[in-house]
Design a protein around this ligand. Structure first.
Ligand SMILES: *Cc1c(COP(=O)(O)O)cnc(C)c1O
Length: 397
């Protein structure tokens, strides 16, 4: 038994569980009962593998970045999730969950989205599978992320603007949960990261674990050993990181570094550095670290990167941080922007702002020349070009 895996009560050590309204109890139990038998069935595996290969475009390359390696004095491989269909790792999860929803006989899909990336990945697989799709999104985010809103509509989804609270992700999540409460029979809720009530964190981690399964195979071919010395990934809710580390958690030779969003600085009041600041609380149905004030109210987080702008963190990652299995670094906005420009100039790859936080961890670490580092580029930077142009002055000395 993997000591870092979720236990039979849905906990990773002190974190996780399912803190949900009574009315959802049956839905969540039904999912808990069905997800493993379905995921492990031959029928599911064949369908999912075919989708990942022919639709998503997997395996994604493991690319030895020579100029970046030279700069940091070690051997850096980039896991290229930016090359997936729709431009990020999120499709690995939505493609799996929609197959699960269909197998469970559900007719209607709901999702919440902040920046719109998970909404687009959900609307994409709903179009593919001809399923009704409703995406809840805070009104503020609808205004900030018009391109993703248009993409979701073009894909046939209904985008519902949420006007409660701060009109951002947290409020959209509450609204999605309310919808699920009203339609527990026919509706499946696709959660976009390793967050939410058990079994979602485990379900999403298993679906994203294709990332580390491929890394093992690709490193064996390219390096003659199937593990790196160090893994680096960014963490919002934690799904690309969970996928990157999944098959290495029990190998103590593999150092794990997670980069969370420092925003304007951990002490600035404008941050999303949940591990650095968070106290234990309940968010999105799970017990984990949460950025909250003295009254226990969840604080509005801030990051230049919309995908990392989340006031909680997956219970798996909270546990790994508490146990010391993962080192968690806060990377600030300016450090991420500099790192994105650096990768672009050295390797000709424009990373997503989220992924730029993983790259921004490199200058904070020390390596030996023979060390093998694998860093996950979770998405591509097309969606962030406006921000990069606006912040270009950050790159000047
Ligand atoms: C959503 C997103 C993230 C953050 O989500 P995780 O669940 O922490 O992986 C990171 N990178 C990109 C490109 C994203 O779209």
């Amino acid at each position: 038994m993997n000591k870092y895996a979720v236990d039979s009560h849905g906990y990773y050590g002190n974190f996780g569980g399912a803190y949900i309204p009574e009315i959802l109890h049956r839905c969540v139990k039904e999912l808990e009962r069905q997800y493993l038998p379905i995921l492990e069935s031959e029928e599911f595996r064949l369908k999912y593998e075919r989708l990942l290969r022919d639709y998503v475009g997997r395996p994604s390359p493991l690319y030895l970045a020579e100029r970046l390696s030279e700069k940091y004095g070690c051997k850096i491989y980039l896991k290229r999730e930016d090359l997936n269909h729709t431009g990020a790792h999120k499709i690995n999860n939505t493609a799996g969950q929609i197959l699960l929803a269909r197998k469970m006989g559900k007719k209607r899909i709901i999702a919440e989205t902040g920046a719109g990336q998970h909404g687009v990945a959900t609307a994409t697989v709903c179009a593919l599978m001809d399923m009704e799709c409703v995406v809840y999104m805070g009104q503020t985010d609808v205004e900030r992320q018009s391109v993703n809103v248009e993409k979701m509509k073009m894909l046939g989804a209904t985008v519902v603007p949420v006007t409660s609270g701060n009109m951002t992700l947290k409020d959209a999540t509450n609204e999605a949960i309310r919808d699920w409460c009203c339609h527990p029979q026919d509706t499946y809720y696709i959660i976009g990261s390793t967050v939410g009530p058990h079994p979602y964190p485990d379900l999403v981690a298993r679906l994203q674990s294709v990332i580390s399964r491929e890394i093992k195979q690709q490193l064996a071919e390219q390096e003659g050993r199937d593990y790196p010395d160090c893994l680096i990934a960014c963490v919002g809710g934690g799904s690309n990181a969970a996928g990157t580390i999944y098959h290495y958690l029990e190998n103590p030779k593999v150092r794990i570094v997670l980069a969370e969003a420092g925003g304007k600085g951990v002490e600035s009041g404008e941050t999303a550095a949940t591990i650095a600041l968070g106290q234990v609380g309940i968010i999105h149905g799970a017990r984990t670290y949460v950025i909250q004030n003295d009254d226990g109210q969840i604080e509005e987080p801030y990051s230049i990167s919309a995908g990392l702008d989340y006031p909680g963190i997956g219970p798996l990652h909270a546990s790994l941080a508490e146990l010391g299995r993962a080192e968690v670094l806060a990377v600030n906005d300016d450090e991420a922007v500099r790192a994105a420009y650096e990768l672009t100039r050295l390797e000709g790859i424009i990373p997503a702002l989220e992924s730029a936080h993983a790259l921004g961890a490199l200058p904070k670490l020390r390596f030996h020349p023979e060390e093998v580092v694998v860093l996950t580029v979770s998405g591509r930077g097309d969606k962030d070009i406006e921000t990069y142009m606006r912040e270009r002055h950050q790159t000047e000395p």
